[in-house]
Design a protein around this ligand. Structure first.
Ligand code: PLP
Length: 396
């Protein structure tokens, strides 16, 4: 699997998740909460400087804040990026990239297999602003490049592994695209599971609400990239107003310190659960990049250092069996998020992706009996036993 140890002075990424972002901590071991909306300054010149410097942290919290900036520094370091900006949510981050970098008359090429919120932003909001979007199959070699309109395409949007069916995009191929900016939503992989910037991608986005914060107590998003692009984005962000709250940044920063052990445990559990599901007679399809049966398993081993805690599968018996399954689990809870300590089960067709038509759901691989599992930190034997008894209850 990919070894990401080379960046950051020979320290492993799991170590840098703990050492990074401490510059303004003074002697405090944990991040400091700057619960203030604004900061004082002494002169007009100082006020002017603070009001105009990209990334400023002590002017007004919508512009920046030391608690938020410390978290941003950690994420930038883990991504191998020059800069990072945190937003009020993953969608805040994605909408800032799309609306902050594209204008009327521009064209976007986007992956068809993508989080439904991103898809709906692209297919319902962009046309209102005169931004044309072409959706392509992100798993097909050359599909993004073939859809680019020279001089018109401003942005290429990808998500890998994609929510919910864990389709992958070849990051080398995406990073080689010249002309438009390229953006990857890397939420499912986490910053420790893959580093799109090392493959030549321009911008990396995460819903840090998920595994980065990791405890279901922070709604927050991040975008990382070059200082130049991020400075442009920062100018939009202060007007967009979807800035992260210092409290959420504090929780997310605390969370990222333990991401290494959580990701390792969740990936190991997911591998075990995926193998169990693959051998179960009531399961008709299992999507997990760590399985040899995943159509892009070889690509996964090339570009991901960890396969992550998400699995999607189809239960035999359609919507009725799917509903019975998610209602029969005893440890796994029904909830629409992922990456936290609790194992969660979701029926994407009726929750996360309910905004899509049945045809659009089918195009992204979601069927009536499709279930997404986010493996938590419980004992793996308990999780396997719980999913097994729920399958028996659903189909048996
Ligand atoms: C892959 C992916 N990107 C973005 C988002 C949006 O993130 P948030 O809920 O933090 O706005 C989600 C939410 O589920 C997601 O799964």
């Amino acid at each position: 699997m990919a070894d990401e140890r080379d960046e950051g002075g020979g320290l492993a990424p799991e170590t840098r998740a703990i050492t990074a972002g401490r510059a303004s901590n003074q002697s405090a071991l944990a991040p400091i909460l700057w619960a203030t909306t604004t900061f004082t300054y002494d002169t007009v010149d100082e006020g002017r400087r603070l009001a105009t410097a990209a990334g400023t942290e002590r002017f007004y919290t919508r512009y920046g804040n030391p608690t938020i900036n410390a978290f941003e520094e950690t994420i930038a370091e883990l991504e191998g990026a020059e800069a990072c900006r945190a937003f009020a949510s993953g969608m805040g981050a994605i909408s800032a990239v799309v609306l902050g970098l594209c204008s009327t008359g521009d064209h976007i090429v986007a992956q068809r297999q993508i989080y439904a919120g991103t898809q709906l932003l692209l297919q319902t909001m962009c046309p209102r602003f005169g931004i044309d979007v072409t959706f392509v199959d992100g798993t097909e070699t050359g599909a993004f490049a073939a859809a680019i309109r020279p001089g018109k395409t401003m942005l290429v949007v990808a998500e890998t592994p994609a929510n919910p069916c864990l389709d992958l995009v070849d990051l080398d191929e995406l990073g080689a695209i010249a002309g438009p900016m390229t953006m990857v939503d890397s939420t499912f992989a986490t910053p420790l599971g893959q580093q799109p910037i090392a493959h030549g991608v321009d911008l990396v986005v995460h819903s840090a609400t998920k595994a980065i914060a990791g405890h279901n107590d922070a709604t927050i998003g991040v975008v990382s990239g070059t200082a130049e692009l991020m400075s442009w984005l920062w100018n939009f962000a202060v007007l967009h107003g979807a800035n992260a709250s210092p409290f959420d940044a504090l929780n997310a920063h605390r969370g990222v310190r333990t991401l290494g052990v959580r990701l390792a445990r969740q990936s190991a559990t997911a591998q075990r659960v995926a193998e169990f599901l693959e051998g179960h007679p009531s399961v008709t399809r299992v999507c997990y990049p760590g399985l040899a049966s995943h159509p892009q398993h070889e690509l996964a081993t090339r570009q991901m250092s960890s396969m992550g805690g998400l699995i999607t599968f189809d239960v035999d018996g359609g919507i009725e069996a799917g509903a019975r399954f998610v209602e029969a689990t005893r440890i796994a809870l029904q909830a629409a998020s992922l990456g936290g300590p609790e194992t969660l089960v979701t029926h994407p067709g009726s929750t996360t992706h309910v905004g899509l038509t049945p045809e659009e759901q089918a195009a992204t691989g979601i069927g009536p009996g499709t279930i997404r599992v986010s493996c938590g930190l419980e004992d793996p034997d308990d999780i396997v036993a719980d999913l097994g008894q729920a399958l028996d209850a659903a189909v048996g």
